[in-house]
Design a protein around this ligand. Structure first.
Ligand code: SAH
Ligand code: SF4
Length: 382
């Protein structure tokens, strides 16, 4: 107990080889010890003292030099429907949110993970986009979210059954760290999660999708299309403007060839804006040649967001049903996403913690992002 976080390097973001290198020089057989520690971390160990399968002196040395996790849970909020949102404090003072979604009968537990503190893409309908961008999360900070959410369910003898990369930030602008985190989480010697039970949602970073097709992670993919009317999409998702839909579609075709799984097209429905016949037709045209299901997400209200000087509004049920029929009559499979966690703002697009005080410096220190063209515009709070 009692490791001070943030000072000593954390082990949770290391894969077995990295752990092995870190342990070299300490007493004992490094590969063997690395495997033991890796497995204990994934099973929720919070201190080296509880790793009773390690010799006492090694536990003490480890506790002096390392911490287990690099982030701490600052706040926990629970919704009546079982959704839990955690605010995780990160090194340097930024914070990020992570959510546990509980299915209706309580049997499916889904972890919704964040990949960036804030988001540089500035979609007009999204709370995360409205707070600006602070920094990319590190590998361990992504793994820590799963560890912290697992802590909540372990006592009840449960495990996280699905992961969705749909929290704060654009995952494909932080792909190297995310890839490493998923490799750690999917390693059978630890968490042993299946990539098939992970869905990554992207706003459509073309080069990121190509990178995924080539180098993984080969998870299920969801594209936040919002609308397939290019002009309108550019205005709603200004940070994605550099990636035209025809290129995104090419990348999706390639990715689908690789994973041979259906791709989800997510459309957040903004009342009176993207639910017209033209939107339905454009979506059907976009989907041609791909195997997709369209997921309609009625907009979750976020105060203060507007478009064309008009306050955004959630569409009434009739408007959703009409749009759904228009899509179905064009041969598309459609689902409507349930909106759990509303009362704690844990639902899609409602995540957005302002950074802790004194974090202004982080805003100035924008790291260079991997796929340049699409990230120029959205780094300022809108
Ligand atoms: N940046 C990635 C993943 C996080 S956003 C992406 O954009 O795909 C996850 C989903 O939430 C996206 O499909 C986005 O369109 C949706 N979303 C954003 N704001 C929303 C809001 N206020 N209400 C409902 N869905 C929203
Ligand atoms: Fe970023 Fe996704 Fe929100 Fe757009 S919808 S601002 S890409 S988190």
């Amino acid at each position: 107990m009692g490791e001070t976080q943030h000072i000593r390097p954390a082990l949770s973001g290391m894969n077995i080889q990295e752990l092995e290198r870190t342990l070299a020089g300490l007493p004992g057989d490094a590969p063997y010890r690395a495997g033991q520690i890796f497995s204990r971390i994934s099973r929720g160990a919070r201190s080296f003292a509880e790793m009773t399968n390690l010799p006492g002196p090694l536990r003490e040395t480890l506790a002096e030099r390392f911490s287990i996790r690099g982030s701490t849970t600052l706040e926990k909020q629970e919704d009546r429907d079982g959704t839990v949102k955690l605010r995780m404090g990160l090194a340097g003072g930024a914070s990020v949110e992570t959510v546990l979604l509980v299915s209706e009968p309580g049997d499916r537990l889904t972890a919704c993970l964040s990949t960036q503190a804030g988001c540089p893409l500035g979609c007009v309908f999204c709370k995360t986009g409205s707070i600006g961008f602070f920094r990319n999360l590190e590998t361990g900070e992504i793994v820590d979210q799963v560890l912290a959410l697992s802590d909540l369910v372990r006592d009840r003898g449960k495990r996280i059954s699905r992961m969705v990369i749909m929290g704060m930030g654009e995952p494909l602008l932080n792909l190297p760290a995310l890839r490493e985190a998923l490799d750690i989480l999917c390693d059978p010697r630890g968490f042993g999660f299946s990539k098939r039970k992970i869905t990554l949602s992207t706003s459509g970073v073309y080069r990121g999708i190509l990178d995924m097709a080539k180098n993984g992670p080969w998870t299920d993919l969801a594209l936040s299309i919002t609308t397939a009317r290019e002009e309108l999409r550019r205005r709603l998702m200004p940070g994605s403007a550099g990636d035209p839909l025809d290129r995104i579609k090419e990348a999706l075709e390639l990715y689908q060839k690789k994973i041979k799984r259906r791709i989800t097209l997510e459309a957040v429905l903004l009342g009176g804006i993207n639910t017209t016949g033209a939107d339905a037709q454009a979506l059907a045209d976009f989907a041609r040649g791909l195997s997709v299901v369209v997921n309609l997400i009625p907009w979750n209200p976020v105060e203060g967001l507007d478009f064309d000087k008009q306050a955004l509004r959630k569409p009434p049920p009739e408007e959703i049903a009409r749009f759904r029929r228009m899509l179905e009559s064009r041969g598309l499979g459609v689902s409507t996403r349930y909106r759990r966690g509303r009362s704690i703002c844990g639902a899609c697009g409602q995540l957005g913690t302002l950074p802790a005080q004194g974090e202004d410096a982080a805003v100035a220190a924008l790291p260079s992002l991997s796929y340049n063209s699409s990230t120029d515009s959205g780094s300022q709070p809108r």
